[in-house]
Design a protein around this ligand. Structure first.
Ligand code: ADP
Length: 602
């Protein structure tokens, strides 16, 4: 089970963590803030102009010839209003564009940072069930999405709206303290109702999004498993599952809508109630001759500026909550510094390839005990085979020799130096690893082989493919070396791995059941290419294939994490122990007697 997202962060905490990412854009931010301030000032122009107009026009109507004087006022207010709108175009564009620019920049920096960090983490990090492929991706995506939304909200919604509101309130107070007080009193009621709405909806939006995602992946899963579904006649069952999901989704959608409609209605009522209060008060003040008629307009419009941000409050509140929840998951990924792979400093020595394991004990992070007091000598220039039933710990030995994991106790030496002291990248560039299934990257055959040596020329890639018995098959493909490598057969993909190995040309080679997933013909061809590359290098091979074991210079037999026997094939056969057992079983499974007979008869 994944750990539930926990909410421990607060706004200041988030901004503190975000600061290093935002800092490079601080001048852009100052600019945006300045524009926000200008925008907030501009928003007050309409109320002020309206007040001025009403008051002046009222005065004019008392005069004899109001039209001549009036023209002057009309020109002035038109100029002010249109000039303001023109300025507003630039202010709003600048504010929105730079707000977006900051968001997009911060988002791409955050995404790249997470990738750079993750690439440096040790293998064990990825084995944690909380860090599975999809989970990390989701956490990064959601974290970045909510963080950047926060940044964007801040610059595009929160700041402009609230500065607008504050300036409007200040003007109201400056005009008349009582009107200012009335609108200030209405504000907390708004806040309260909005926060109630936000609480009611807390998490529903997230649930909705999860349900939508489930629905989408539900269909994907259906398509992927369509053969199994049909063969077990489970169409109705799967259909019902999707129906239930759909019903839940519908319920959440209706709940959100209902809640929003109710609260929005309530808020409109309260807002209008505020407007009524302002009208009553201002009209009273006008009648009391403390105010001009224009002030009624002014205050109603200013009050509108005060209440506007609060109308948005529930949405902003919800977005912030999202950020609190998802930012944590993202920053956890970024701050897992104790997961960074430890590395030594030894580099540049000429690695010969003599490994020695001394009383090595190792358990995987999940507690599985994989190696128990293992000691081995792996000599350079020779081929050492690791033999044993599956789960015996053979691959684990290779994992430790690659420094993918570190032993819990005991030592591993390479050419007499502790393996921990080697710089990881230096060590690994001297090791070639071929596994039972090798990863093929999305892309062409050429690019996939080039992974063995990024600087290789096309001719070198061709030579490597020839040595891996792959070239002729590639030439038969329509796009030859540009063919999509992921479409190749298992055996061909295995040969790509071997071609990579030829290109990398390392002094040390680890082969972990390189032919286990192949048919007999491919196995033989790959054995030939491997035999070619084995010469003069330190090789460890894990294999169930007798022919590959028989050829080895030394054999270690493992059982339940321990080395139980060691020696050459002949020595081990005479011991009549586990090796002999495995050997005999393999021979029987091959039906060797019958094979040999039919071989002789033909
Ligand atoms: P072999 O290569 O001989 O088949 P392994 O070295 O793969 O055996 O496995 C040894 C033991 O360690 C097994 O019990 C296996 O289940 C366990 N194991 C292997 N890989 C992991 C891993 N990544 N996390 C936890 N346990 C593992």
């Amino acid at each position: 089970m994944a750990k539930p997202f926990k909410r421990t962060s607060n706004l200041i905490g988030i901004f503190k963590q975000l600061y290093p990412f935002i800092k490079p854009y601080r001048f852009m931010i100052y600019g945006t803030l300045f524009l926000t301030f200008l925008g907030a000032l501009a928003a007050q122009v309409n109320p002020l102009v309206l007040q001025y107009t009403v008051d002046e026009v009222t005065k004019l109507t008392d005069q004899e010839n109001p039209m001549t004087e009036g023209i002057h006022i009309l020109v002035v207010i038109s100029a002010i209003l249109l000039g303001k709108e023109l300025a507003n175009i630039f202010i709003q564009f600048g504010q929105k564009f730079y707000g977006e620019k900051i968001r997009i920049n911060v988002s791409s920096v955050l995404a790249q940072k997470a990738i750079d960090k993750i690439l440096d983490y040790r293998i064990a990090y990825f084995m944690d069930e909380d860090h599975g492929m999809g989970k990390l991706q989701t956490r990064i995506d959601r974290g970045i999405e909510s963080l950047t939304k926060l940044v964007q909200n801040f610059f595009i919604d929160i700041l402009p709206l609230f500065s607008n509101a504050i300036i409007a309130l200040v003007i109201m107070y400056m005009q008349n303290v009582y009107v200012g007080l009335v609108s200030t009193v209405v504000v907390p009621i708004y806040f309260y109702v909005s926060s109630l709405q936000a609480k009611k909806l807390a998490g529903v939006r997230r649930t909705l999004r999860n349900q939508r995602e489930q629905k989408t992946s539900g269909l994907l899963n259906l398509i992927q498993s369509i053969m199994v579904i049909k063969s077990f006649v489970r169409e109705k069952f799967e259909g019902k599952k999707q129906y239930d999901l759909q019903m839940q989704l519908m319920e959440s959608q209706l709940y959100t809508r209902r809640t929003n409609f109710i609260y929005d209605g309530l808020k409109t009522f309260i807002e209008q109630f505020g407007v009524v209060l302002i009208i009553l008060l201002t009209v009273f003040l006008v009648l009391d001759q403390q105010m001009t008629i224009g002030a009624i307009m002014l205050h109603i419009m200013l009050f509108n500026n005060v209440s506007a941000p609060i109308r948005q409050l529930h949405r902003i509140y919800d977005d912030m909550n999202d950020a609190f929840i998802y930012a944590e998951g993202y920053f956890d990924i970024l701050n897992a510094d104790d997961e960074i792979e430890p590395s030594g400093v030894v580099a540049g020595t000429n690695i010969r390839g003599n490994f020695e394991l001394r009383n090595v004990n190792f358990s995987y992070p999940n507690g599985t005990r994989a190696l128990h007091n293992v000691s081995m000598m792996i000599e350079n220039g020779k081929t050492t085979a690791l033999v044993g039933l599956s789960g015996a710990g053979k691959s684990t030995v290779i994992n430790l020799l690659c420094k993918f994991y570190l032993p819990d106790s005991g030592n591993i030496l390479l050419d007499g130096t502790d393996l921990n002291d080697y710089e990881n990248s230096y060590l690994r560039s001297d090791i070639g690893l071929v596994l039972q299934r090798n990863h093929i990257f999305q892309g062409s055959i050429e690019d996939n082989i080039r992974y063995g040596n990024m600087n290789a020329t096309f001719e070198e890639i061709e030579t490597a493919a020839k040595k891996a018995y792959l070239h002729d098959q590639i030439m038969d493909l329509p796009e030859q070396y540009q063919h999509d490598a992921t479409q190749l057969s298992g055996g061909q993909q295995q040969r790509i791995a071997i071609a990579r190995l030829f290109l990398k040309d390392p002094p040390i080679i680890f082969l972990d059941e390189p032919t286990a997933s192949l048919d007999a013909i491919a196995t033989e061809q790959i054995k030939n290419s491997l035999d070619a590359i084995k010469r003069g290098r330190t090789v460890i091979i894990i294999s169930h294939s007798l022919s590959q074991i028989l050829d080895s210079d030394a054999i270690y037999v493992m059982k339940k994490g321990e080395v139980t026997e060691q020696g050459t094939h002949d020595e081990l056969m005479q011991k009549n122990g586990v090796y002999r057992e495995i050997f005999d079983a393999s021979a029987r499974s091959l039906n060797l007697d019958k094979l040999v007979n039919s071989y002789h008869q033909n």
